[in-house]
Design a protein around this ligand. Structure first.
Ligand code: C2E
Ligand code: CA
Ligand code: CA
Ligand code: CA
Length: 280
């Protein structure tokens, strides 16, 4: 079935919306799922312009439920955050992703992505010792810290002191920090002088209507200027069409991510280099 092959979870909203499965039961199921190895990590390319090469990959977790099929992280991450399982699940994702990058770099050399990007929940960041667990995984994999990007949202910073302290420790180690969903309510300009940041991930909502030359294009243009002005790198998320890619490249974006370049999959093929719209 196509969506399974592509690594796109079928939105499992019906049961949740109807309250047929409550959060407590889902939480217990997540525990079992972790013990039984039902989680999987998929990887989506982040492509560099104009070369079209896969510069980095973002690791995204999937739950292969024995009856429901692939369950969306949007359905279970919030539950895992509430019941605390996110600490263990997040550490598992981090370790798998970092080890995987090390394997690619060993086996594929120059063809391998330079970095892996991992989503980190506020609850994980705020746990004492989080940077130390990241350091241990990097050591186990034999990877330099600058091969890892942690993606965080504004919520992480609003959780208070410990999460911000952890970000500074990660930065001191050499780990890169990306602000996810940048430009939405989840991530705002105020953060740029509150936390260490290296990359802005410009939210899909600004990419969606970018070809209409209206407000979205203006905002996407302003965001890349802020990013350039502050010496950060910017990744445009949710690029689905060649037209969007061309519009983004005209605005000055150099890193694009979205279905146009590749869906999240268990085994990305880095040899497939796409013709990049806007360049020839
Ligand atoms: P996110 O970090 O903003 O990840 C991007 C989401 O957009 C992913 O959904 C990805 O599959 C999807 N996407 C990428 N390109 C396109 C596109 O061109 N069009 C459309 N329509 N969608 C696109 P996914 O994998 O379902 O993940 C949803 C969210 O769940 C993520 O949003 C992230 O917040 C969270 N998540 C996923 N994996 C993890 C994890 O390991 N840890 C934590 N804490 N959160 C995770
Ligand atoms: Ca992300
Ligand atoms: Ca995002
Ligand atoms: Ca998001």
């Amino acid at each position: 079935h196509a969506s399974r092959r592509s690594g796109d979870p079928v939105r499992w909203s019906a049961a949740l919306d109807q309250g047929a499965v409550d959060a407590a039961r889902l939480g217990a199921e997540l525990r079992t799922a972790l013990d039984r190895g039902q989680f999987q990590v998929v990887y989506q390319p982040i492509v560099e312009l104009p070369s079209g090469r896969v510069k980095a990959v973002e690791a995204l977790v999937r739950w292969e439920h024995p009856e429901r099929g692939l369950v969306s992280p949007a359905a279970f991450i919030p539950v895992a955050e509430d019941n605390g399982l996110i600490v263990e699940l997040g550490a598992w994702v981090m370790r798998i992703a970092v080890l995987r990058l090390a394997t690619w770099q060993r086996e594929l050399g120059d063809l391998a992505p330079e970095r892996v990007s991992v989503n980190v929940s506020p609850k994980q960041l705020a746990r004492p010792g989080y940077p130390a667990t990241v350091a241990a995984v990097l050591t186990e994999a034999g990877l330099a810290a600058d091969r890892l990007t942690v993606e965080v949202t504004e919520t992480a910073v609003f959780e208070g002191g410990p999460a911000v302290t952890a970000l500074y420790e990660l930065q001191d180690m050499g780990v890169r920090i990306a602000l996810d969903d940048f430009g939405t309510g989840h991530s705002s300009l105020g953060l740029l002088h509150t936390v260490p940041v290296h990359t802005l991930k410009v939210d899909k909502s600004f990419v969606d209507n970018i070809t209409e030359a209206g407000r979205h294009a203006v905002i996407a243009g302003a965001l890349i200027q802020i990013s350039d002005g502050l010496g950060l790198s910017a990744v445009a998320e949710g690029v689905e069409t060649a037209e969007q890619a061309a519009a983004l490249s005209r605005l000055g974006y150099r890193y694009l991510q979205g279905y146009h370049y590749g869906r999240p999959v268990a085994d990305p093929d880095f040899e497939v280099v796409r013709t990049v719209a806007g360049y020839s």
